[in-house]
Design a binder for this molecule. Structure first.
Ligand code: XIL
Length: 403
């Protein structure tokens, strides 16, 4: 009798765990015709619990780091596809679509490239050779490419990255043309952060993309990264309006790197807010036929957030024990429900949303009273924080002025 009870309890317990980790977002996503994706490292594929979560919940993969220059071309002319191959082969086996990330970026370049000093023609040759090799290798296997990543700086100006310095701003359209030559069927994207709703950078991004389209550059869409600080929830109406204007250029909009970071040990309220952000974005995605919704990782265990944003974590839909969080359940509910209508956003009173106060940046008093004369003199701003107009997510320390 005791044994039977034991077996019953064991089966019940097993089912609970199983039901918990087995939300099956993938099936729900497929019923709505959307890809739910995640960023992944080859080493994660050795983790069987993670593989379970992956195959049950996702139908789209982005190699998190293994298609970046530092991994793919660590020495000039020497290509290493071993990491990316593992991910692409896994995706093919599990009938998942793959996003290639990325062909030109200011970050994660191998030392030989980062310190390269050469003339324009040679720089073009190097970029073209890389793109032809990498896109060519995965022709027909990688469906979407982030051709250029983060081309704008915090204030919406063209970033002075290595390609801009060596080739000039033409590097962007050249990269798209070469990627198109290497795989004419791949969809090509410009990927950026801080452009997901309205602001100076979003407007600059829109102008850049529009001019590329007008020049006949083979660009098929834009990627909005959506690395969000859970304290500052995006207004779904603004996100929707922004998506709408990019779509009106004849482009696809993909959500490419979503995570919602929370500070410290998150409160219940913060966790609920996080769930709301994830699910509101899925609602917008469904309303506007956004075909791809990618989160930047599966579980908090492997998330990039704690090492890049000190004091933050808890950013993904599954916790570090691989359990689905409120965010995962909220997203699954949206996927299981009726498709939201555009009118939800287009009929709303945006004026009242615009008037809501914005959260301030961190502020602190200057030690002396600064003289505002257009000159930043030594010691004048000591004790204050200095921010550029937009917030740089890869350099997110609150910066004390040193001048
Ligand atoms: C991050 C990775 O997640 C980290 O593992 C790596 O150390 C740094 O880059 N925007 C991007 C991604 O386009 O490539 C970045 O990924 C996160 C910010």
């Amino acid at each position: 009798m005791k044994n039977i009870l034991g077996i019953i309890l064991f089966v019940l317990g097993f089912n609970c765990v199983f039901a918990n980790t087995n939300l099956n977002l993938r099936k729900l996503a497929e019923s709505k015709g959307i890809y739910v994706g995640t960023a992944i490292m080859p080493s994660h594929l050795e983790d069987s619990k993670l593989v379970d979560l992956l195959t049950n919940n996702f139908n789209y993969l982005t190699p998190e780091n293994h298609l970046k220059w530092e991994n793919v071309q660590p020495a000039k002319g020497v290509f290493d596809f071993s990491g990316a191959d593992k991910i692409v082969n896994f995706a093919i086996k599990h009938k998942m679509r793959v996003r290639g990330h990325t062909l030109a970026w200011h970050y994660q370049n191998p030392p030989w490239l980062a310190s390269l000093k050469t003339d324009k023609e040679e720089a073009k040759k190097i970029l073209k050779n890389h793109i032809m090799n990498v896109v060519g290798r995965y022709k027909g296997k990688i469906a979407d490419w982030d051709v250029v990543n983060e081309p704008l700086d915090e204030n919406g100006r063209l970033r002075v990255n290595l390609w801009n310095v060596l080739i000039g701003e033409e590097y962007i359209e050249l990269a798209f043309r070469w990627a198109n030559e290497a795989d004419p069927n791949a969809k090509l994207f410009l990927n950026e952060y801080g452009v997901e709703w309205f602001g100076a950078k979003a407007d600059a991004f829109y102008k850049l993309v529009k001019s590329l389209k007008e020049k006949g550059v083979p660009i098929h869409g834009v990627g909005f990264q959506f690395h969000i600080d859970g304290q500052y929830a995006p207004e779904p109406v603004f996100v929707a309006m922004n998506i709408k204007r990019f779509k009106e250029l004849g482009l696809e909009v993909h959500i490419t790197e979503l995570d919602v970071r929370l500070r410290g040990t998150p409160s219940e309220r913060a966790i609920e807010q996080q769930a709301r952000i994830y699910s509101e974005l899925m609602k917008v995605a469904l309303a506007y036929d956004i075909p791809v919704y990618v989160t930047w990782g599966v579980t908090d265990k492997y998330s990039w957030i704690p090492s890049f944003f000190s004091g933050y974590g808890y950013a993904l839909m599954f916790d570090d024990q691989y359990k689905p969080k409120k965010a995962a359940f909220a997203v699954s509910e949206v996927l299981a429900g009726e498709r939201p209508k555009k009118s939800l956003y287009e009929d709303s009173d945006t004026e009242s949303v615009i008037k809501r106060p914005l959260p301030p940046f961190r502020a602190s008093k200057a030690k002396k009273v600064p003289i505002i004369d257009g000159e930043i003199n030594k010691g004048e701003w000591d004790g204050t924080y200095a921010y550029s107009l937009m917030y740089n997510q890869l350099d997110t320390q609150d910066r004390k002025s040193t001048r």
